[in-house]
Write a protein that binds this ligand. Structure first.
Ligand SMILES: C[S@@+](CC[C@H](N)C(=O)[O-])C[C@H]1O[C@@H](n2cnc3c(N)ncnc32)[C@H](O)[C@@H]1O
Length: 380
């Protein structure tokens, strides 16, 4: 796992996602070991407590495999060295998006709202967000990536789950949308087990770092098709500017190749590119979101968002165990301004709350809302 900022203490406003099944209920290794013999060799006891060695990549990968299978009915695998997601951490982000979608803070795209469609920028070989979103909420997804291994393995992970595979499309962000395609997996390869195929893929080297003239692939513009609309996009971007900076956390081993961990300018540049694209695509997405590894990057990114004319910005902190991540969300949709009336309105005393008033709304806007409120109660 990437070395996340460690939480020294509990900060005000920090959020566990209460709807995530892991928020107060960490995985029970002893019970998983008794149910899944392949996981058992990785579990040991210190005192009465069952543990795994977090510095062993095979142990963390097997934990992710059994958690996805046991808790979500998802079949999953990745080749050696590819970034291994922690299921509780990734679940937090998915639940936050679900909260945003159901909050009613912004107007909807139309439609009946029952079919939610998301776009995962940089889905990785692990394809974790589309797999979780489809299995937890029945969302459909486009998951984009640009490395051969990620595209091939994301597709394999989707096809290993025929019960919802038609909900997820894997898209190459280097290929213009009109000819988007995913490399075909040959029939002979299909006969191998998913683990055998992983060993072969692990030996395939991407040309990313050998190619000096490498051009950053598109993020959203040029990947999103004409006339496509989405309820949200999400991203766990490459956080770091150099692989050295990524400096793998010595206390955990969750793999991660340079393509997964590093991009020019790190996460700030990557999220800035999403912001730039969103300023063009605007209401084609209801919510644009990204995860961040460094809280310090929030300030500048938020100021960029107000500059491009977003209507709302939301942030959150994802806390899982010792690690914190941050969520940033924005929208260009009109705010669904809600006036929350007190439950019982007495004739002589009216009190009310105006929600979601942005700094730039003038006193006149506020007074007009007040007027609407009184009109709605036939007071004027
Ligand atoms: C940190 S990994 C995240 C993988 C997975 N979503 C997760 O949370 O474990 C970042 C991913 O973004 C991909 N990526 C980087 N630039 C991209 C771009 N412009 N378009 C699509 N994917 C990109 C990388 O190849 C990598 O798979």
């Amino acid at each position: 796992m990437r070395s996340g900022k460690k939480r020294a203490r509990s900060e005000p406003g920090s959020t566990k996602q209460p709807r995530s099944k892991y928020s107060d209920n960490p995985p029970d290794f002893a019970s998983l070991a008794s149910l899944y013999p392949s996981f058992k060799p990785f579990v040991f006891f210190s005192g009465s407590r069952a543990r795994i060695d977090w510095t062993d990549y095979n142990a963390t990968r097997e934990l992710t495999r059994v958690l996805l299978l046991h808790d979500h009915g998802v079949n999953w695998w990745i080749p050696d060295g590819q970034l291994c997601p922690t299921v509780p951490n990734r679940s937090n982000y998915i639940h936050w998006i679900n909260d945003l979608l159901s909050s009613g803070i912004i107007q909807s795209l139309g439609g009946d709202g029952s079919k939610v469609k998301g776009f995962d920028i940089g889905t990785g070989a692990n394809c974790i967000y589309p797999l979780l979103g489809a299995s937890l909420f029945g969302w459909s997804f486009v998951g984009s990536d640009f490395t051969v291994v990620a595209l091939e393995w994301a597709e394999k992970n989707v096809q290993s789950n025929p019960h919802f595979s038609d909900l997820i499309e894997i898209r190459d962000s280097k290929v213009p949308p009109q000819c988007s395609s995913v490399p075909e997996v040959e029939n002979t390869e299909r006969e191998k087990t998913i683990q055998e195929e992983a060993e072969i893929s692990a030996t395939v080297k991407s040309d990313y770092h050998d190619n000096k003239s490498f051009i950053e692939p598109a993020v959203l513009l040029g990947v999103v098709k004409e006339n496509e609309t989405f309820d949200f996009c999400m991203s766990n971007p490459p956080f770091f500017e150099t692989f050295e900076e990524a400096g793998l956390n010595p206390k955990t081993s969750c793999g991660g190749t340079p393509e997964e961990m590093v991009c020019n300018g790190g996460e700030q540049a990557f999220v800035s590119r999403i912001i730039k694209d969103s300023a063009v695509l605007r209401q084609r997405f209801r919510w644009y979101t990204s995860m961040l590894g460094k809280k310090a990057n929030l300030k500048l990114l938020i100021s960029k968002l107000w500059e491009v004319g977003v209507t709302i910005v939301k942030t959150t902190e994802f806390v899982q165990g010792q690690t914190s991540r941050w969520g940033l969300a924005w929208s260009f949709m009109p705010i669904a301004r809600k006036i929350i009336a007190p439950p019982v309105v007495k004739k002589s005393v009216l009190s009310f709350m105006l929600e979601c008033i942005k700094r730039q709304y003038s006193a006149v806007d506020v007074l007009q809302s007040v007027e609407e409120f009184f009109k709605s109660y036939c007071c004027i």
